[in-house]
Design a binder for this molecule. Structure first.
Ligand SMILES: O=C(O)c1ccccc1NCC(=O)[C@H](O)[C@H](O)COP(=O)(O)O
Length: 229
């Protein structure tokens, strides 16, 4: 599968099932296999060292090869340096770069130009202003992922299973295609898609049995429910 995003802009009134599903924080062959069999469309490889889902560069080539032709490979970075991103792009043969830190529009544009990959910008959402800020990335990023803002002092800026108020996306009409993350699980993903019209849903801890340990059955149920929304 190429890095091109099979995503269209969606609105609140569009209640079709999510067309794309990203399983984030995959570190093992078994979890990747589960995502492929469940017909997820994207996989997230996490390159933020403090994360329990951190993927060591040495493990990346094998997983990249396994995903080839099945899943779009998205690298997750938090205010990372160019060299660290370059190493991960090469090792994991990344199709897209997800920026999960405080990267501003200029940084997104610079990384897109340097690596020639679609850039996803995560907007950490606590209120309406955080949704509106996504518009600043028009022309510099390719895709917006709305995720819950984690509390001050939290160990991680994502992957904590926290949801934000999906009503904030009601009637959202942004310039960029966008997806929804944060606190999604097999139990709530259908409602989340129906309530927001997200064209992509992203999950990490909601398909785990423990932090960093993906569960094949939860991956299967999540994908099934996201498509059946
Ligand atoms: O998952 C992590 O450990 C993580 C750490 C640092 C930055 C981002 C991280 N995850 C990125 C994702 O895209 C997650 O899937 C997203 O935050 C949703 O996580 P969850 O609420 O656990 O489903």
């Amino acid at each position: 599968m190429s890095g091109a995003l099979p995503l269209t802009r969606r609105s609140m009134n569009d209640t079709r099932p999510a067309s794309a599903i990203k399983i984030c924080g995959v570190t093992t062959r078994d979890a990747l296999d589960a995502a492929i069999h469940a017909r997820a469309t994207h996989v997230g490889f996490n390159f933020f060292p403090p994360s329990p889902r951190f993927l060591h560069l040495g493990q990346a080539p094998a997983l990249a090869a396994q995903a080839e032709g099945h899943l779009v490979r998205v690298g997750v970075f938090v205010d990372a340096a160019d060299d660290a991103i370059a190493d991960a792009v090469a090792a994991a043969r990344l199709d897209a770069i997800q920026l999960h830190g405080k990267e501003d529009p200029a940084r997104a544009a610079q990384l897109r130009a340097r690596f020639g990959k679609p850039v996803w910008k995560v907007m950490s959402v606590a209120g309406p202003d955080d949704i509106a800020r996504a518009d600043l990335y028009a022309g510099t990023a390719d895709f917006i992922l709305f995720d819950a803002k984690t509390p001050k002092g939290a160990a991680l800026p994502g992957g904590l299973g926290l949801a934000f108020d999906w009503n904030l996306l009601r009637a959202y009409r942004g310039p960029l295609p966008w997806g929804l993350a944060g606190g999604l699980s097999p139990a709530n993903v259908a409602e989340a898609v129906r309530g927001t019209g997200a064209s992509l849903v992203d999950v990490s801890s909601g398909v785990e049995s423990a932090p960093g340990v993906k569960d094949a059955e939860l991956i299967r149920a999540f994908c099934l429910n996201a498509r059946g929304a």
